[in-house]
Ligand binder design. Structure first.
Ligand code: ADP
Length: 404
């Protein structure tokens, strides 16, 4: 209630000071009310009054206790200014114990009688201004709390929606995989001639069916893996693995594509003996995925290079290509699921935009990371950072020392 916080509660039970102060403050257009007793004053405090003006003689041990209990239950942001009208000459002598006790517990301003009008009005005004700041801070904090709360609720809702999406993906891909396995099985039987010899045209049609089936299965496997990583269902079998083994296996797996696309693969930047602590199959999957992407997005005649850069605690495996590059505005979202630069239905490259999302999730789950730098028209460089195996670094140092 804004008007209440600009109100002054006056409590001066003896003499004419109370009505006089109220009258005077009102003449200065200040909203003042007279509280006949300590209970009325305490209920004004409880209802969020702006400032209290109280006569010193009202501070008996009983009223002080009553006042303290009203102040103690104030919220933490509230520090009501208490203007105490002291007895004449009180400030020149030592301050009474009654005032001292209040000053220790409250936000006290002392005004010595006889009080000049200007002094009282100025003191009340600046106390009201300070009090207004307290309310503003309270409102600001409450507003921030409200925003944080709605942010928290929105995040929880988005997370639940994401979980529902992943559950849906997992169920759908699982359901799709079952009939697909049957298609694969029956195609294999046809291929083996179980149902009779095939003509060339039939064999050609069968090849196309099998190719599409493998492609579809690959996509479904991607979705399933993504759902498993996201729901934390994947198990990681960590061991010390030689990075050169990973790179040479990758090379063997992609060699046919490299040749058929007229590309060069350079892996001279890797040496034996640099060990990483990873799940071998999953790291292999990441590397193959990165090199397959590099192959997909590098025109004939281009080069793909794999390098290993070890340091004290980690090893960075980089896959660099001289391909089409990734536009700067897409780069920040490239690891999000289902993000592709070319979203046209007529796009020439296969995939659903899950490879990088899966790869980064896998890398992070193994304590590493996957990042990218790219320039449109010049090429891309993906950096897979992996944890160095515990015995990797010291062993290398020892070998290096022995060689000297
Ligand atoms: P997809 O399986 O669809 O390729 P990815 O998650 O592996 O999904 O890649 C997402 C998108 O990132 C690709 O569609 C492509 O637009 C872009 N991209 C990935 N790697 C490269 C690269 N080496 N060069 C250029 N663009 C790339």
């Amino acid at each position: 209630m804004p008007e209440r916080r600009r109100r002054v509660a006056v409590h001066a039970p003896t003499g004419r000071d109370g009505p006089l102060a109220v009258d005077l403050l009102s003449r200065w257009r200040l909203d003042a009310v007279l509280c006949a007793d300590i209970d009325a004053l305490c209920s004004a405090i409880g209802s969020g009054i702006g400032v209290v003006v109280i006569a010193e003689e009202a501070l008996t041990p009983r009223t002080r206790e009553r006042l303290f209990s009203a102040l103690d239950v104030q919220p933490s942001w509230s520090d009501i200014p208490l203007i105490v009208l002291t007895a004449e000459g009180e400030l020149a002598r030592s301050i009474t114990r009654g005032i001292e006790a209040v000053a220790e517990r409250g936000n006290v301003i002392l005004l010595e009688r006889p009080i000049r009008v200007s002094m009282l009005v100025t003191a009340v005004r600046s106390a009201l201004r300070a009090r207004e700041r307290q309310f503003e801070i309270r409102d600001y904090v409450a507003e921030r709390e409200r925003l944080l709360e709605s942010e928290r609720a929105a995040r929880a809702e988005a997370e639940e929606a994401n979980r529902a999406k992943i559950r849906f993906l997992a169920v759908m891909s699982h359901e799709l995989r079952t009939p697909l396995n049957a298609i694969a099985g029956y195609s294999d039987l046809l291929d083996l001639g179980i149902h009779g010899e095939l003509s060339d045209a039939q064999r050609d049609a069968l090849r196309r069916i099998q190719k599409s089936e493998r492609h579809l299965l690959g996509l479904i496997e991607d979705v399933l893996t993504y759902a498993r990583v996201e729901t934390g269902q994947l198990k990681f079998d960590l061991a010390a693995v030689d990075t050169l083994d990973l790179v040479t296996t990758t090379e063997a797996l992609v060699a046919p594509q490299i040749q058929s696309r007229d590309l060069r693969l350079d892996m001279s930047g890797c040496e034996a003996g640099v060990l990483v602590e990873v799940d071998r199959d999953k790291t292999q999957q990441i590397l193959v995925n990165l090199v397959t992407n590099a192959i997909k997005f590098t025109p004939a005649g281009g080069q793909i290079s794999i390098a290993c850069v070890p340091d004290a605690g980690s090893v960075r495996l980089t896959v660099t290509d001289t391909g089409i590059g990734i536009p700067a505005d897409t780069l920040p979202s490239i690891f999000e699921p289902f993000v592709q630069v070319d979203t046209r239905l007529t796009r020439t490259h296969e995939g659903v935009g899950l490879g990088l999302a899966i790869s980064r999730d896998l890398a992070r789950a193994m304590g590493g990371d996957l990042t990218v730098e790219s320039r449109i028209g010049e090429g891309s460089c993906f950096t897979l950072t992996l944890r160095r195996a515990a015995n990797g670094a010291p062993r290398l140092h020892l070998e290096a020392a022995a060689a000297k």
